[in-house]
Write a new protein. Sequence first.
Length: 195
Amino acid sequence: MKIDFEKSNGLVPVIIQDSRTQQVLMLGYMNEEAFEKTEKEGVVTFFSRSKNRLWTKGEESGNFLTVKNINIDCDQDTILIQAVPKNTVCHTGSFSCFGEKDNKGFLYELEAKIADRIDRKTEGSYTYSLYQRGINKMAQKVGEEAVELVIEAKDSNDDLFKNEAADLLYHFLILLKAKGFSMENIEEVLRSRDQ
């Protein structure tokens, strides 16, 4: 990795992204010394323009950013660091300097929509009507969709396979809500296995 620190008077912008969710957390700057320290120690260190010195994120708060991956852009003058934040990142107490919204993707939006329809008891909603039928019916529906997915996996119709996979995920999200869990809970289990 060769970064052109001279292109912008010795400092390059550094975008910090949560390695798990891909959410952009903050923007800082590094000089060559800060970059080398970050690479060596595996914890993000910036050059603070206001303090005019190296500054390791979390040195006062304990909210360190553990480096998972470092990428350099095509012009070699911007750094993207994927990191695991220890806690909140922004000095305001927000998870991200760009606000609290956790942009995890459409499945999380769908999970929130399912929860909203159930919590609001939305009449006429398929989601809510299935939820009202109880845990046994929801579990049975997940089982039916899983079997249908297996059947389509053995055939060669990709569209039917994708549709059955979508149906399974949708019904699984309803069941998760009914059991009082979220996709984040399942992610935690999967992460604990990723050793």
